[in-house]
Design a protein around this ligand. Structure first.
Ligand code: SAH
Length: 353
């Protein structure tokens, strides 16, 4: 196994195995990062030109029944100021977003049992009725296949559910015993079987993560072929068991964005809020590494601070849909173009779904 050999394989679109991914990770330096970045940029250019897609993120509830050790809105954080948005508030967010040019709304929340499956289906239906030219993405955690099907039938197009780690033992270090890695993975498969455009993903530098874990994640992504991948650095939250853990590494995050772009050439890949929160030009650097999606915050101003997954999470400036022009400008300044379109995955555009 030589580096030249691996790079040739990547260039010609061949799959890498676990050892080859691990070799790349173990030999990561600035030179290799630059090589992957150029290949990622070429790949993205071929599939998307210089287009960057926007998704309006509506964080509709920070109540959560789960107790993930890393997450600031975990049930066990008694200090979290909880909120949930009404259907009307959610629709108001969409109305604002639509006017600014968003054609995808992402409804993300903690696993809040207050909303019944019917409630969510009803919200999805109303958004699709009001904005038939828009896509609705849900990111609302683990549910039964039946419930996922109900939301799909109501009109939901996409679902984001990060797998968090492809290694069961690592998963168990990040989550309490009542959460299961098998169930997380089964949910992703169910979503795909139903017909959603599906997004998986990881936190870069999550506690106890090793290069072996990341190599496993890459093998998983390569085989699962998600339509979207969300990765961002882990950032500690002060009221969690991981308060004292180190944040993830921005350069590793950028390296992985490039690598994911190369192994999944037409994937929709956001430069995430976490990346922008850790470094002021993180979002731009993410795009330059191979990302092609930004997800500014559309939630009502007064609840923004409360969806606090980690310390110092950004929700203002170009991270906010209200400052749309600022974001557009920043993206144009680095040579890209914000487009007003649903931005579906190519496999779905062709099928006309
Ligand atoms: N309940 C939904 C949404 C969770 S929040 C779900 O289960 O999918 C969305 C993502 O934020 C999580 O999947 C996790 O990867 C990320 N996240 C949570 N806490 C974080 C932290 N401290 N640092 C960085 N990312 C975090």
């Amino acid at each position: 196994m030589t580096m030249k050999n691996i790079l040739n394989k990547l260039q010609s679109g061949q799959k890498l195995d676990f050892d080859e991914f691990l070799f790349l990770l173990d030999n990561r330096d600035e030179y290799l990062a630059n090589q992957l970045q150029s290949l990622a940029i070429k790949t993205r250019q071929k599939h998307f030109g210089n287009k960057v897609y926007l998704r309006g993120l509506i964080e509709f509830s920070n109540y959560c029944k789960n107790n993930c050790y890393y997450c600031g809105i975990r049930a066990g954080n008694a200090n979290a100021k909880r909120y949930r948005l009404s259907k009307k508030q959610i629709l108001d967010c969409c109305a604002f977003g639509y006017n600014v040019g968003y054609r995808t709304f992402v409804l993300q929340g903690g696993e809040d049992c207050f909303y019944s499956p019917d409630d969510i289906a009803d919200i999805v239906k109303s958004i699709k009725q009001n904005y038939p030219d828009c896509a609705v993405t849900l990111s609302f955690g683990e549910h039964s296949k039946q419930v996922y099907q109900q939301w799909f039938d109501a009109g939901a197009d996409r679902y984001l559910l990060r797998h968090e780690t492809a290694d069961k033992t690592h998963y168990e270090k990040l989550h309490p015993q009542n959460m299961s890695w098998q169930n997380r993975m089964a949910c992703l498969q169910n979503l795909k079987d139903i017909g959603y455009q599906v997004g998986c993903g990881i936190m870069v530098g999550s506690p106890f993560q090793t290069n072996e874990h990341i190599a496993k994640d890459l093998v998983f992504m390569q085989n699962f072929k998600p339509h979207m991948v969300g990765i961002g650095p882990f950032i500690p939250h002060k009221a969690t068991p991981f308060a004292d853990k180190n944040a993830g590494n921005v350069d590793l995050n950028l390296f992985l964005l490039s690598l994911i772009r190369i192994i999944l050439p037409d994937v929709l890949l956001p430069a995430t809020t976490a990346l922008g929160s850790l470094q002021s030009d993180g979002r731009e650097r993410g795009i330059m590494a191979g990302a092609n999606v930004c997800m500014p915050n559309l939630s009502p101003q007064e609840v923004r601070d409360k969806y606090s997954l980690y310390n110092n999470k950004l929700s203002s400036g170009a991270e906010s849909a209200q400052q749309h022009e600022e974001l557009k400008q920043k993206i144009e300044n680095i040579g890209y173009q914000v487009v007003v379109s649903r931005g579906d995955h190519a496999r779905f555009e062709k099928e006309g779904c």
